[in-house]
Ligand binder design. Sequence first.
Ligand SMILES: Cc1cc2nc3c(=O)[nH]c(=O)nc-3n(C[C@H](O)[C@H](O)[C@H](O)COP(=O)(O)OP(=O)(O)OC[C@H]3O[C@@H](n4cnc5c(N)ncnc54)[C@H](O)[C@@H]3O)c2cc1C
Length: 491
Amino acid sequence: MPDTRPVLYIVGGGLAGISAAEVLSRGEGRPRRVVLLEARPRLGGRTSSYRENHDGQMHDTGQHLFMDAYTSTRSLLRTLGTEACLAFLDPLSLYMMDRNEKLSFLELPLHNGRLGLLSGILMFPGLSVLSRLSMLKIGRALPKRESSVDHMDARTFLRNNGQTAEAIEKFWELLIVSATNLPSDQVSASLLVSVLKESLFSAGGPKTLGYNTVPLAELIGNPALEVLTGRGVEVRCQTSVSQFCIRQGRLTGMRVGKDAVTLGPEDHVVVAVPPWSFEALFPSTEMNDPLIQNIVRLSRPSPILSVHLWFKDPVPVPMITGFSESEMHWVFNRDFMMGRAFPAVHPDRQLADFSYSGPLGDFYPGKMLSVVVSGASGCLDANDEELIGRALKTVLRLSPGTPAGNLSFARVIRERFATPIFPPGQGMWRPPAHSFLDNLWIAGDMQDTGLPATMEGAVRSGVQAAVEIERRLERRSGDDRKYLVEKKGMP
Ligand SMILES: Cc1cc2nc3c(=O)[nH]c(=O)nc-3n(C[C@H](O)[C@H](O)[C@H](O)COP(=O)(O)OP(=O)(O)OC[C@H]3O[C@@H](n4cnc5c(N)ncnc54)[C@H](O)[C@@H]3O)c2cc1C
């Protein structure tokens, strides 16, 4: 017998689409079908991993960092059974190197709450005392409403609020480009404010950073496929959606793969694709709609570059090191992060090569390191050889004793479409969950969550779209029941 239940279609199987499907498929014996349509062969979207021929192992295409304030993401991972595969830094500890090769250790014992933040910043040797004091003031400068500073860029906001040039160059710039994937003078200040309110200056006390200890595919995409199909969600990968058909304020049909699908009066569609894939779904007659025009404004992506390096002999480097005033921003010790241990290689012989202020013993041997550039539009055109050379130089800054011949293999990954850009004024452009069409909903990291384009923003957007659909459907069935009671006297 044909299944005549109304259908909730979700287009796009990244974190936003997975979250929407997860919420809409909760509970037993649902009176609707949930269908998740994904163009690629797998779920997970931009949180992706690949099998590397060089070592036969799964690696992430780009390093992802989590915050313990990612409450919605953590809740999704709990449902997927993988939350325990995240590790959080306690205390929050990072190494930072400036352009004068001074390597400083930033340690924020956040379990001590605000006091930990205060003492950690005051003790940070990478900045002058004046700059450290200026940084502490920023917490009090955060406006109640992020939107009140959306018209200005983050750098201007920092300058207006007493941050020294040194604090901006050696600390804030790296934090901002990493959190928003744009330089501080190009990104809306409202995103900086929301990141600070959710992390260091959160109302419930400062929050720390975390990372995945299994490949992203094992953390998100693969378990999501298992959980969703187990709940009866029809997941169709390698199925691209195109050619929306619109009549009288409703989506009435779409092309799903090679098939033309007609939408019933009770069917809904959540579009959870990135902004650069959005416009192509719509017929040219709709292009004047303000919502589509705004999304087109967000469609210029900001890239991320990752250079994965494999060494014959382990190289001693900290787990995470940030580089201020540098083209390359981070070196991640991927082996250490994934729990792959090698015999200790003591870094003492190298410490003389740079000014060093941190605990000894935090240099862990790693054969696979990843060098990352956020907001990487300036370096994508360089060829692989050049980029590998620059990445290797960055590692050598940390571990100058490493012979260049120690490098055995390198993989350059240019993610040209890494995140949408949110410049000053972006709050006016980011779409809400409900679109201009009655049965069309929007999710994805571009949604107006107030957050930068992040995993947490994507998950919250998917949940938001799903909750609004649920509300609509409940209201409809409530209206139907009321109608039946009023008109037909039925219970
Ligand atoms: C290298 C890199 C590093 C990052 N680092 C971090 C980090 O450290 N912390 C953090 O929080 N965030 C990070 N992000 C951002 C984060 O990955 C994204 O914000 C988030 O994954 C976006 O999820 P999404 O579901 O909105 O979109 P996507 O993951 O892009 O999912 C959209 C899906 O829609 C599919 N699709 C598109 N068009 C169609 C169509 N016509 N039909 C069917 N399917 C379609 C796509 O194939 C894709 O799978 C990083 C991103 C990258 C690329």
